[in-house]
Design a protein around this ligand. Structure first.
Ligand code: 5IU
Length: 260
């Protein structure tokens, strides 16, 4: 099953091209780390990408929090991603009628479809979101992570909703890269990637609603393939050192998991 196969083996069965690419990157760079680059300054974002670049498979952005965003930010970001071989991932959490998402994906200031190979989306409003992302212009290789569970306390998502989200994912195998969730759920398809946020070594929660698990426990007990780490790295004194530390702990946990 999924949890005991290597990423190299799973690359062969992935139907979404970005999932296949991610599995390749993970296997060759030996990293399952996705950095949540939640900073509000464009230069800080580029510095984070540069410092963490060698240690990550994906850089997750909230591009709308960058105070000084300008289209000129995208070219150097893409250059860094290409040089260090990681994927750009905009955590947009699309949730609207298809027509609106079509505009939010390709238009406005951010033109997400022109640079982010990966985006997140809610399944809440139905399949429209996947239909419009699938047929939009933009990058040739693109993928969607559907949100099936959340790390925060107080989420309204229940087991039935999570299950329906997985069902929707299976209906779009060429578009869906994987699922954002906190547990292995019913995700047995080895071609899909489990992305798990809420990962930190030192603390269990933030001062709002975030809840953290350790890197070892998300990989070994909760089925995480790619772990999202934000403040565990962005607030560290040295980004590169912290990213490398998370990378190693996560990779060792993955090796331990596939050996069982
Ligand atoms: N994120 C979560 N939990 C979720 C989902 C997304 O934390 O359930 I869906 C995002 C929010 C933030 C990052 O961008 O992942 C986690 O950052 P920290 O490691 O700093 O908490």
């Amino acid at each position: 099953d999924r949890l005991h196969l290597s990423f190299a083996e799973r690359a062969k069965v992935a139907k979404n091209p970005v999932a296949a690419q991610l599995f390749q990157i993970m296997a060759t760079k030996e990293t399952t780390l996705c950095l949540a680059a939640d900073v509000t300054d464009a230069t800080a974002l580029l510095n984070l990408a540069e410092q963490a670049g060698p240690h990550i498979c994906a850089l997750k952005t909230h591009i709308d929090i960058v105070d000084d965003f300008h289209r000129n930010l995208i070219t150097p970001l893409q250059e860094i991603a290409k040089r260090h071989n990681f994927v750009l991932f905009e955590d947009r959490k699309f949730c609207d009628i298809g027509k609106t998402i079509e505009l939010q994906y390709s238009k406005g200031m951010y033109k997400i479809s022109s640079w982010a190979q990966l985006v997140t989306a809610h399944a809440l409003l139905g399949k429209g979101v996947l239909d419009v992302i699938k047929k939009a212009e933009g990058l040739e290789k693109r993928g969607v992570f559907l949100l099936a569970e959340a790390s925060c306390s107080g989420t309204l998502i229940d087991a039935k909703y999570s299950k329906s989200t997985l069902k929707m994912a299976e209906e779009y195998p060429d578009l869906v890269t994987g699922i954002v969730c906190q547990s292995p759920m019913f995700l047995n398809n080895p071609g899909l990637i489990q992305l798990t946020p809420g990962v930190q070594i030192d603390i269990k929660a933030d001062d709002v609603d975030q809840q953290y698990n350790s890197p070892e426990s998300v990989v070994i007990e909760k089925g995480c393939d790619i772990a999202v780490v934000g403040r565990g790295i962005t607030k560290a004194a040295d980004t590169a050192v912290a990213a490398e530390k998370y990378k190693k702990i996560l990779w060792d946990a993955y090796l331990q998991r596939i050996k069982k």
